[in-house]
Every structure is written in C-alpha cells, then in structure tokens.
Design a protein around this ligand. Structure first.
Ligand code: NAG
Ligand code: NAG
Ligand code: NAG
Ligand code: NAG
Ligand code: NAG
Length: 573
C-alpha cells in the first residue's frame, strides 16, 4: 500500500505540472479557478462539493446518460418504450435491408424494411401454392436516416409514438397512434426537403421506414420464398398493410408456424439486446436531440415532476418547445458545411463509465443485502473493500480524516472532486476543445458530469463513513467511531439502493436466477403484452385491456424480465 501511495503522489504531481500549460485539473483548487468565460454556457451547474448535497429532483443528466447508453439496443428500449431522443444517422453503403410482401412489386410509397430477415419474413405473405415474396435491398450510398429511440414502432397509445408525432405532425396526437400509413407518409414528406431517406424504429426488432425505394437503395433480389403454408399475419389471401398485423390472442394459438415466426423475430431482436446494439445504423451524437434536455425543452420539467420514468411522455410540451426541437433538427440536416463537432468519442466515454461501475454496484448491493446483525461488521468490511477498489484511482495521499474542515466528512472532498471530474475535466476546461462542442455535445458532457458526480458522491460518502468507523485497514484512524453495525449497514444499503434506482441502468435488469440454455430472458414486447398475450391492435379490434389494478396491466406498463423457452416456443409470450 505504501508503494502504491507514493506512486499516486508521483502521478498526481506529473499531471499537475502539466496544468501550467493546459488547465487540465488541479486537485486542490476549485474548478472555477480554471474555468473561464466559456463556462457561463453551463451556469446552471451547482459546483458545491458538499458530500451531503443530493441531485436536484428535476435534473435529467442521469436520464440522458442512460438513454444515450441504450441507443440501438433492444433490451433497454423494450423496458422503457417511450423514447425521448431523436438522432440523425447514416446506414453505410453495402448494408442489406429486407422487406416481405404479398406480390413481386417494388413499393412506390414509403414502406417498412427490416434489418433482420426474420422480421421481414413475417410479412412475406402467400399461400403454400404460390409462395410469398421477400425483397432484399442494398444501400448504394450512405442513407440519411433519423433514429427514434424507445419502442418507436410499437403502435401503442401510451407514449412510444410521441416523438414521431412531434416531428411529423408538430404535436402529440395520442388518438392517432395506429395511423401507421399516414404517419410514415407525413414523416417522409416532412423530411424530404432535408434529404432524409428513412426512419429507424424498433419493435420486436429494428426496422427502417424507407421513403423512396428507388433512392439510395438497389435490389439484390425479389425472391419467391416458400411460405411454409402460412399466410403471414392476417391469414392467407388477406393482404394488409405491412407492419400492421391484427395481433390478438388467436394469433398465438394459430399453430406452430405462426407462433414460431413471431418467436424468430423476438429472437433476432434479442441479438441486439445489449451494447453496442444494431450496428448497421451509425448515429451522429453531435446532433442528438433529447426531450430530456432541460434547456431545449423546459416545458416538460413540470410534467415529469413526481412521475416514475415509465410514465414520462411528451404530452404537455409547449408549441414553443416543439418549434425549438424542429428547428434544431432542421439545422442538423441543413447546416453546410456540417458542424464537425469536437471529435470526443462520447459513445465510448459513456461505455467506459458503465463498465467501470455496473457489476461493482451489483456486487455491493449483494454484499449489503446479505448482512445479518450477527455479521454486520464483517459485511461492512467486505463492502469497504469494494468501495476502496472503486475509488482507488482517486484516493489522494493527503486525504486523511482530520485533513479537512467543516462537516465530518469534509476531509474526503478532494477525493470526491477528483473522482467526479477526472473523465471530463479536460473537455470542460480546455477552451479550444470546449468551443468546438455542439449544443448536443454539451448536453452529453453535462450528462456524464451529473451521473459520474452522483456516483462519486455516494461512494465517497459511504467510504468516508467507513473510514471514520475504522473499517478501512488501509487508512486506519486514531479514534474510530465505534459504529452500530446494523445502523451503518442500513444506511449504506439505503444509499446504494437509492443510487442504483436513480441511475436505473438497464444492464441491471436481468433474469434471476439466470435462464437455462433452453430458455431466453424476455421482457414483455409489443404486441405480446402481459401473460395474457394481448396487444394494442388497431382501435376497435383491440382486446379489452385488463383493469388498471390487475397484475397483467402492471406487467404491461412496467415490463419485468422472465425466462421463456427457446425451444418449442408454442406457449404464449
Ligand atoms: C447548490 O448547493 C447548495 C448547497 O451547498 C444549496 O444550498 C443550493 O440550493 C444549491 N443551488 C442550486 C441552484 O441547486
Ligand atoms: C383475432 O384475429 C383473428 C384473425 O384475424 C379473428 O378471426 C378473430 O376474430 C380475432 N379475435 C379477436 C378476439 O379479436
Ligand atoms: C422542479 O420543477 C418544478 C416544476 O417546474 C418546480 O416547481 C420546482 O421548484 C423544481 N424543483 C427544484 C428543486 O428545482
Ligand atoms: C435481498 O435479499 C432478500 C432476502 O434474501 C431478497 O428477497 C431480495 O431479492 C434481495 N435483493 C437484492 C437486490 O438482491
Ligand atoms: C450471503 O448469505 C448466505 C446465507 O445467508 C451465505 O451462505 C453467503 O456466504 C453470504 N454471502 C456473502 C457474500 O456474504
């Protein structure tokens, strides 16, 4: 330990000497000292380093952080269906897209394509005599697309369509949730002057609405496939608009082929469950627009107050905020030359932070949850060693109990500050780099800062508590406060659970115990909702929803994972 401490000092002093050239960071001077006028752009930040100050209830940095960390991944966007982000992107040249249909014609109007053929095959319609039609396209140039996060192709009236309503129609129109044809035509019309070729959305798997099947795509094949004796959704000989099958319970008991086809899509979608998700779409995070951006969309702050994240929507957004969002979006596609941005790899920076903390917090929660009054102090020491590993790169040699003034844990403030700022201090405080950030990148920077800051605050607070109680062997104190083990554990457990609930990372949503090899972990996915397997079909054809107090409705609105069989998938999803 002694050697490690010496090494720590050397490293810190090396970095500090650089600070004379570049205002990188100074561990013992307040941030404002190196923060010049460019910092005024983020004047709302509260730079108090008091370990007891919790995040503002209206702050959304953690929500931006988690949604951005979840882009193009099936799992988190199935869990939280109501998207809050729209992001310009491209689909590189040479990418295959698939489209199933009941005839061999090329669509002349906007239609749906799938990134995986399991998905489009659902719409390959025809009898066992005629076979069905499956079109494979390839992008002949980079396609310009706009991605709607969340379950943005789940035709539900509870929120997944909100962001598309705003872009296509300029207001949220919940009654029109199933007007797919009108929706995609209007989106394509709106995006045409901006050169937008298509819209990326997600349901059981990812899809791209292609506005013009003769622009930027070429035909690889129009294959007459064996139809397995099934007619596709809707039944043989009953063509219906693609992507709008009449989902209902009977669909799931139609027989093995029908159900297996649906199951194949659930399966192919699940391959994009986790980071990095469906990589065929390349997003431009420098042009990201988030409805969690308080500066851009202030009207939603009051609407979200006291709501759980499941229930966040865009209802109540003011026309002024809609106009601001649409202006930003238009600008993203029309600014010429395009804003290059700073070059910071935000996607990786977010991932670095998630990787650094995700399983560590699971472990801490597990250890703290396991304590009994008999072994509370043993548990506390186990937890302390985990906290120390998390904080190791930030525990400064000079930070020892008694070294600070003010509250009991003020001595740990330099550790908190160092931990909270080390990933982003350079980006924020380098005038050259900071001046290159687009407004979207400032939002991303803020999201990393707010998220990392709260992680560091809670962990340092807890660790400092343990140090004072003499529980860190590497940092003994003269007169440890002999703790009430149970009270200490109760406090730590509550703090860590509160932090994990605030972060709400979908990487923590898992099947426990893990599913067997014959099973897969599954979240209720539109159109299979709840154990009863009902879906939000077109109005009028929709089976009655259970009343709001039933367990099924809870599962519908707040999806929880469970294991389903991968083999013989003829049981209801
Ligand atoms: C900033 O933190 C201090 C506590 O140090 C608190 O009193 C104050 O209300 C906070 N300001 C804002 C704008 O949140
Ligand atoms: C379910 O769909 C089938 C086929 O489209 C139809 O015959 C049946 O009446 C529908 N059932 C309900 C409850 O809507
Ligand atoms: C949160 O937002 C609501 C609604 O705008 C506002 O009334 C409240 O004062 C805010 N709370 C804090 C702590 O800033
Ligand atoms: C904590 O332990 C209880 C009882 O053993 C268990 O039911 C619960 O699921 C555990 N919680 C976590 C987060 O592991
Ligand atoms: C958790 O508790 C169980 C039984 O209560 C015990 O077997 C196990 O060793 C404990 N694990 C930890 C990490 O303390």
């Amino acid at each position: 330990m002694h050697q490690a401490a010496i090494l720590g000092v050397i490293l810190v002093s090396t970095l500090c000497s650089k600070a004379t050239q570049i205002p990188f960071f100074a561990v013992d001077s307040p941030r404002t000292a190196v923060c010049n006028s460019h910092c005024a752009r983020s004047a709302s930040k509260n730079d108090s380093w008091d370990l007891n100050v919790k995040p503002n209830v209206n702050a959304t940095g953690h929500l931006v952080f988690e949604t951005v960390s979840s882009f193009l991944q099936h799992w988190p966007n199935t869990r939280y269906r109501n998207g809050h982000n729209i992001i310009p992107g491209t689909v590189p040249v040479g990418t295959l897209l698939y489209h199933g249909r009941g005839d061999s014609n090329l669509p002349t109007v906007p239609e749906w394509t799938a990134t995986d053929p399991e998905h489009s095959y659902m719409f390959c319609r025809g009898s066992s005599e005629t076979g069905c039609w499956h079109l494979t396209l390839v992008t002949s140039r980079p396609l310009r697309v706009l991605y709607f996060d969340g379950s943005s192709a789940a035709k539900m009236k509870d929120g997944p369509m909100d962001t598309q309503d705003i872009v296509g129609w300029g207001e949220v129109l919940p009654d029109r949730y199933f007007e797919e044809r009108k929706r995609v035509v209007d989106l394509c019309d709106w995006g045409k002057p901006l050169g937008i070729d298509g819209y990326v959305r997600m349901e059981m798997d990812f899809e791209i609405v292609v506005c013009d099947f003769t622009a930027g795509v070429e035909i690889v094949s129009m294959a007459n496939l064996a139809s397995q004796g099934r007619g596709g959704p809707g039944g043989p000989g009953r063509p219906r608009p693609s992507d709008v099958p009449a989902f209902n319970d009977s669909l799931l008991t139609n027989g093995p082929f029908e159900t297996a086809a649906f199951f194949d899509v659930i399966h192919s979608g699940s391959r994009h469950n986790r980071y990095p998700g469906d990589r065929r779409i390349k997003l431009d995070l420098t042009q990201l627009i988030s409805f969690y951006d308080i500066a851009l969309v202030p009207s939603l702050v009051a609407r979200r107050l006291n709501l759980e994240r499941w229930d966040h929507r865009l209802l109540g957004i003011t026309p002024a905020d809609v106009a601001a969002v649409r202006a930003r979006l238009t600008q993203a596609y029309t600014t010429s030359p395009p804003q290059p941005g700073s070059g910071v790899d935000w996607d990786t920076l977010f991932k670095v932070l998630v990787d650094r903390y995700d399983d560590r917090f699971e472990m801490v929660r597990y250890v703290l949850n396991n304590s009994t009054s008999h072994d509370a102090l043993v548990t506390a020491k186990n937890a302390m060693s985990l906290f120390r590993v998390m904080l190791q790169p930030y525990i400064l040699h000079t930070a020892t109990p008694g070294s600070g003034s003010g509250t009991d844990n003020a001595w740990a403030t330099p550790v908190f500050k160092f931990c909270a700022t080390s990933h982003t201090e350079y980006i924020r405080n380098s005038p050259t780099l900071f001046s290159k950030l687009t407004p979207s990148e400032e939002l991303l920077l803020n999201a990393v800062e707010e998220t990392n800051r709260e992680i560091c605050r809670v962990v340092v607070h807890t660790w400092a508590d343990g140090v004072a109680a003499g529980l860190d062997d590497a940092l003994p104190v003269d007169k440890p406060i002999h703790p009430d083990g149970d009270a200490l554990m109760g406090r730590w457990k509550a703090d860590i659970e509160r932090l994990m609930a605030w972060l709400d990372w979908s990487v923590w949503t898992k099947c426990r115990p893990e599913c067997s090899f014959e099973e897969m972990c599954y979240l209720p996915t539109w159109p299979f909702m709840g154990k009863r397997g009902y879906g939000d079909g077109p109005p009028g054809r929709r089976p009655e929803r259970p009343d709001s107090s039933s367990a099924d409705d809870d599962e519908y609105l707040r999806p929880q994972p469970r294991c389903v069989r991968r083999l013989e998938p003829y049981t209801k999803l």
